[in-house]
Design a protein around this ligand. Structure first.
Ligand SMILES: CC(C)(COP(=O)(O)OP(=O)(O)OC[C@H]1O[C@@H](n2cnc3c(N)ncnc32)[C@H](O)[C@@H]1OP(=O)(O)O)[C@@H](O)C(=O)NCCC(=O)NCCS
Length: 187
């Protein structure tokens, strides 16, 4: 029987997903729909996480996704995924997305994002993942950076939750919104 918790190197689960961007993927502006790219990112994150975990994984959260450049129809989109960090049952997958004009060979960086995946057992409960073997300095750098990013995200989340105003909040509304692009018209 396979030892499910045997440590695995980053290279074991490194995954590349490549797909031709066809006309049915376009938005109203004639460029590739952001949702199509997110869908592919979720797929590559799933493959990478599941290869490392040896168990089915679900997507728990996605870090901010900034689309740096539009993707053209007819280009080849390639998604490079690797396990950057593992916790007890969670894994953080770093994904770099690039698009290539296949006639001219011009490559553009579309975006980079981090997906948190959680390994699940047959009872659909979070289950332990194998330790990650860091074989290069790059692996160590990514692990440490991702750990720091996870901590910052938790700090931000705590502040974000604490920020919620009550309906009967007290403040000088007009002053607070003076430079915003809105009109207050409370009846
Ligand atoms: C993700 C999910 C399994 C977490 O379940 P849970 O009961 O909160 O589990 P736990 O509290 O034991 O957390 C398990 C791990 O997930 C991590 N986690 C849970 N929610 C998270 C979130 N929103 N962001 C990042 N990590 C998260 C925890 O930090 C923990 O990590 P660790 O074991 O490495 O320390 C559960 O919320 C779920 O099933 N969500 C729906 C997932 C889904 O349907 N995704 C879309 C389709 S795949």
């Amino acid at each position: 029987m396979i030892d499910k918790l045997k440590a695995r190197p980053v290279s074991h689960s490194r995954t590349i997903l490549s797909e031709l961007m066809i006309p049915s993927y376009t938005n109203f502006g004639g460029k590739i729909h952001g949702g199509t790219i997110l869908n592919l990112m979720d797929k590559v994150a799933y493959v990478c996480a599941t290869k490392h975990a040896g168990n089915y994984c679900v997507t728990a959260s996605i870090d901010s996704v900034d689309f740096l450049s539009a993707v053209d129809v007819g280009s080849q989109l390639s998604l490079y995924a690797s396990v950057n960090y593992v916790g007890k049952s969670s894994l953080i997958i770093g994904i770099k997305v690039v698009s290539e004009d296949i006639k001219l060979g011009v490559v553009k960086h579309t975006n980079t994002s981090y997906f948190t995946m959680v390994a699940m057992n047959s009872e659909h409960q979070p289950t332990e993942v194998p330790p990650l073997i860091l074989e290069t300095k790059e692996d160590v750098r990514r692990f440490l950076e991702t750990k720091k990013r996870k901590e910052l995200k938790q700090e931000h989340k705590n502040k974000y939750v604490a920020l919620k105003l009550k309906d009967d909040f007290e403040c000088d509304i007009e002053k607070l919104l003076a430079t915003e692009n809105c009109l207050v018209n409370i009846k």
